[in-house]
Design a protein around this ligand. Sequence first.
Ligand SMILES: [Zn+2]
Length: 106
Amino acid sequence: MSIQCPNCSSYHVIERKIGKTVGARIGAVSGGILGASGAWTGAETGAVVGAAFGPVGLITGSIAGALFGGLVGSVSGSITGSKVGEQLDGSVLDLYRCLDCDTEFN
Ligand SMILES: [Zn+2]
C-alpha cells in the first residue's frame, strides 16, 4: 500500500511524526522537571534513611536517592509526553507530506 499525493499524484510521500516528536520533547522537558523534583524527594528520603547509618550513610543515601528519583521522573515524563504526542499526530496534525510539491495531507 503506497500513499499518493492528492495534488501532484506523486508517490514520494513521507509520514510526518511531528506530533510524536514534539510530544516526546515536551515529555522529556517536563520529565526533566519531574525528575528534578523526584531527585530532590529522593535525596531527602535517602538522607533520612542514610542518616541512621552515620555521616557516610547520609551522603551515599542522598546521592543514591537523587539519582534514582531523577531517573524515574524523567523516564515516566518522556513516556507520557510521547503518548500525548501520538494522540496529536492522529487527530490534529497532517500525517503525510509530499516530497515533490510539499503538500501536507491526511
Ligand atoms: Zn505532491
